[in-house]
Design a protein around this ligand. Structure first.
Ligand code: MN
Length: 259
């Protein structure tokens, strides 16, 4: 079984190495990952400059683009066969709640899902990121990878896994939680007296709601959230139907409606 591993922390990240090492016994591992840190690039694609991919060791490809580029290039260009599974991580830091929309780690799993390959994103929550600190997360990832392969995933669905930075107490199936964003822009002056700004440097809070990813990890559990790409807010459709937008008449073209 072929497993494609990627991340957004770059190919030299200890978290990616720990994940690749752990999965060696489970299948044939190929790494296709950004050649440098690309955290928080979301689902960005490189469209206006050429992409380079260098095989820095057998089965280890460093790509000059984003995590999404790496998955796309891996599946469509570099691998001889379609992988059975794509795992993105292990990210240095949690990917929970509203943060998912920024996450390159999660977007890589999203890209694999768009290509019809089962995928999971794995992140380690917590402050220490030496190779050894990824041990629990790597073994959880391998266990969940086996479970995903055994059961298969629902259509258009991947799993987002967040592991606490301790020996986890168990696994909780969760929903996406909610961040509390406040005072997250820091303003300062550079040595030449010009203002500069730093986004997201503060210690962000979260709503500690039962059943969420944040709540599970905060209480020492591994959080597993099934995600899909459909951003439609179905509950809001009934409200918006009362706006009667569909009955609005729009200014007509002089030629009449296009045919
Ligand atoms: Mn990252």
């Amino acid at each position: 079984m072929l497993i494609l591993i990627t991340n957004d922390d770059g190919i030299h990240s200890a978290g990616l190495q720990a994940l690749a090492d752990q999965l060696q016994s489970f299948g044939r591992v190929v790494v296709v990952a950004p050649d440098r840190e690309r955290s928080a690039v979301g689902h960005a694609l490189t469209l206006h400059v050429p992409l380079r991919a260098e095989e820095i060791a057998p089965g280890r490809w460093a790509v000059s683009g984003t995590p999404t580029d790496a998955v796309s290039l891996g599946i469509h260009g570099l691998l001889k066969e379609k992988p059975s599974l794509v795992i993105s991580g292990i990210n240095k830091g949690g990917n929970m709640g509203d943060d998912l929309t920024y996450s390159g780690t999660v977007a890589a799993a999203m890209e694999a899902t768009l290509m019809g390959v089962p995928a999971m994103a794995v992140s380690l929550v917590g402050p220490h990121y030496k190779y050894g600190d990824f041990a629990h997360a790597a073994s959880v990832a391998a266990q969940l990878a086996a479970t995903v392969v055994e059961h298969g995933l629902p259509a258009d669905t991947f799993i987002n896994v967040n592991v606490p930075n301790i020996a986890p107490l168990g696994i909780r199936l969760t929903r996406q939680g909610k961040r509390v964003y406040e005072e997250s822009v820091i303003q300062n002056r550079d040595p030449r007296g010009r203002s500069y700004y730093w986004i997201g440097a503060g210690d962000l809070g979260f709503q500690n709601l039962d059943g969420t990813d944040f709540h599970a990890v905060h209480n020492g559990y591994v959080s597993v959230t099934p995600l899909h790409m459909d951003l439609t807010n179905y509950a809001a459709m009934d409200r918006l139907r009362q706006w009667h937008m569909e009955e609005m008449s729009l200014p007509a073209d002089e030629e009449g409606p296009a045919t």
